[in-house]
Design a protein around this ligand. Structure first.
Ligand code: PTT
Ligand code: SF4
Length: 612
């Protein structure tokens, strides 16, 4: 087998043992890596119904055949587990040196199981693992933790770590790396914390097992250079991801006031131009020539790295348009290791619920100082309120009642990304059908939808486009894994990726071979859902009800008087299910599962769940 190392490192925190385990070429070709590996391992090894925050859950760190080796933006890594916030399969993708070091250590994945008795961190050097005390850094934020680890292990180490949010099992705690990157929105940091695992440190010294190393290196480094040149020419990284904020405001897609409004006259104060003007420094992931991490000084003087999602949800969504204050909220989320996106939606939901009279409280939209206090309470689970906020908006709504679930901005428990779909049916479908909850990473149809199709259409072409994008974004880029930004932001051809893959593995795959893997991965994520929730139904794929409420329609602007329509959304969902070969509950049929080589998984599921 070439390209893949053929090895997984299994680490047990309960009894401090570890084992190098080979995997077969058949497994490699069926699941490729990253999300594919993680999902299949969790499917095979987790008993349905286990507590995501108990020792039986497993944390997977997964790479693939081109991860780490030089080619455009391959410094990415997938972290996955059963999600504590959705109860289904959960994962995230973050830039880290672990993608380089773990592959150089001779492994494509780690399976971390059990629970350490005391705060621990793992240090891996090639085939050796040490279980080390993390008591000195337990209770510390991610910045101090990272510094402490760099001092002990050097800056060349790959490091993943958690902050207080993960330690206290905030359901949307993330894993952090490189002092500026974060991944695992559906609570991967909480899973790490539940295992008493503060950090993972990796160093490797071996060569990548490439089929054609000279040719791979030639093409990979040449293309890395070309991507950097395109970035310079287009100027994308001048505003980076926040370039989209002004556009969202213009087309009425910005989340404002817990998504009740879609645009705001002060939005320019936190747009991409202002971000670039306030820039202090620029950061990036390994193997990247279009570094997108822009930092600015926050209100307390910290350097805070900001992306569009963070700004949209911690800024306009909370009616906060003061950039240093938005940066402060972002810095606190990074320090505590909690997801900025969920945190922004949780706080906006709390302010909205107070405004609606559903709950008593003294937090108002626009109050940045109080928002900081609430984030600190959340990360430490301080008192009843801290605990309420730490459990995410779906659980909050279940506790608050009074139909507040209608404006809890989440799908399957995971809070929505910063695109207000009050009148954007295709993007609403993308959120609704995202198998890990409302993440934009699965399918970002919004620009296509607004630029190339009629916004008001619920036609099958939108369902098809959502699926096409899921195949690329939630599929290919998540199981290679590699950063999707060269493709989506700079138009770097998707056809380049089979070239890298084939030079790495010696295979001869076309894009169609990849789409079959993507469809298999999507089907198994849904079978995983059905295994955890045998009473699952199509309403699991519904976006928040407030987007359908005529009383919530804009009173002015480009979409005045317009909201989504339930019967039409259901038709769109049917188009989606028909194209995918899923039943009317949104679960793959037996025939579809068999066509995707998932017969054994389907047979196992059939013990507890009837596939149609
Ligand atoms: C991702 C999600 C995103 S997606 C953002 S901003 W974005 C938020 N970033 C957070 C952060 O920062 N700190 C924090 N405490 N919470 C945060 N929550 C949010 O998390 C990220 C980039 C970005 S910036 C995006 S879109 C792209 N995402 C990719 C992806 O998902 N897959 C892939 N193959 N390539 C991608 N490239 C881009 O990477 P999650 P990162 Mg992240 C600080 O993981 O769980 O998907 O959450 O990875 O290394 O920080 O790079 O406008
Ligand atoms: Fe990382 Fe941004 Fe480069 Fe992607 S474009 S690899 S997220 S720095």
């Amino acid at each position: 087998m070439k390209g893949w190392t053929g090895n997984i490192m299994r680490i047990n925190l309960s009894d401090k043992t570890y084992k190098k385990e080979p995997y077969s070429e058949e497994f490699a070709q069926k699941w490729v890596g990253g999300r594919g590996f993680a999902l299949k391992i969790l499917w095979d090894e987790l008993k349905p119904g286990i507590d995501p925050l108990g020792p039986e859950n497993k944390l997977i760190v997964a790479l693939g055949p081109i991860a780490g080796a030089p080619a455009p933006n391959t410094g990415k890594c997938v972290v996955a587990a059963k999600s504590p916030i959705t109860g289904g399969y959960g994962d995230g993708n973050l830039g880290t040196r672990v993608s380089i070091e773990l592959r150089k250590a001779g492994y494509d994945a780690m399976i971390i199981e059990g629970q350490a008795e005391k705060p621990t961190y793992i240090s891996m050097q090639d085939d050796q693992i040490e279980f080390l005390s993390a008591e000195e850094i337990w209770g510390k934020g991610t910045y101090a933790t990272n510094d402490w680890i760099y001092k002990k292990h050097g800056k060349s180490a790959g490091v993943l770590n958690i902050g207080q949010g993960g330690e206290n099992m905030v359901l949307y705690a993330m894993i952090r790396s490189l002092e500026g990157r974060a991944g695992g929105r559906p609570g991967m940091g909480a899973v790490m914390g539940s295992k008493n695992l503060k950090a993972i440190v990796v160093k490797g010294t071996k060569d990548y097992p490439l089929a054609d190393p000279a040719e791979y290196k030639r093409i990979g480094t040449q293309d890395l250079k070309k991507v950097g040149e395109i970035d310079k020419k287009t100027g994308w990284s001048i505003q980076s991801t926040n370039g989209v904020l002004a556009w969202c405001n213009e087309v009425a897609a910005l989340p404002v006031h817990n998504f009740r409004k879609t645009h705001h006259p002060d939005a320019w104060k936190v747009d991409g131009v202002r971000l670039n003007e306030a820039r202090v420094a620029t950061y990036g992931c390994p193997n990247c020539t279009m570094r997108c991490g822009i930092t600015i000084h926050d209100a307390e003087g910290h350097e805070s790295e900001l992306d569009y999602e963070n700004i949209g949800l911690l800024g306009p969504n909370l009616d906060i348009f003061d950039f240093p204050q938005v940066a402060s909220l972002n810095w606190l989320c990074d320090e505590y290791g909690i997801d900025t996106m969920s945190a922004g939606c949780v706080l906006s939901f709390y302010a909205d619920a107070i405004e609606q009279g559903a709950i008593d409280g003294d937090f108002k939209f626009g109050d940045a100082e109080k928002a900081k206090e609430l984030l600190t309470m959340t990360a430490h689970r301080t008192g009843t309120l801290g605990n309420l906020l730490a459990d995410g908006s779906r659980k909050m709504a279940q506790k608050i009642g009074k139909n507040s679930i209608a404006y809890a901005m989440q799908v399957k428990g995971l809070e929505v990304a910063a695109y207000n779909c009050k009148f954007i049916p295709g993007m609403a479908l993308a959120f609704g059908t995202a198998p890990i909850g409302a993440h934009h990473k699965e399918s970002w149809i919004i620009t296509y939808e607004l630029r190339e199709t009629k916004r008001e259409s619920y036609g099958p072409e939108k369902a098809q486009k959502v699926i096409d994008l899921q195949r690329i974004r939630g599929g290919l880029f998540e199981y290679l894994p590699a950063c999707r930004f060269p493709w989506i932001e700079l138009g770097w051809g998707i056809e380049n990726y089979p070239i890298y893959f084939n030079k790495a593995t010696g295979l001869n795959w076309s894009l169609d071979d990849f789409w079959k893997v993507s469809d298999r991965v999507y089907a198994l994520m849904k079978l995983f859902w059905a295994r955890e929730f045998p009473d699952c139904q199509r309403s699991d794929d519904y976006p928040p009800a407030v987007w359908f409420d005529p009383a919530n329609a804009d009173t002015e602007g480009p979409i005045a008087g317009k909201v989504l329509e339930w019967d039409k959304y259901n038709q769109l969902l049917d188009h989606f299910y028909n194209i995918r070969g899923w039943d009317d509950r949104g679960i793959p049929t037996l025939k579809t599962a068999q066509a995707l080589d998932l017969s054994s998984e389907a047979a196992e599921l059939m013990k507890t769940f009837k596939l149609k």
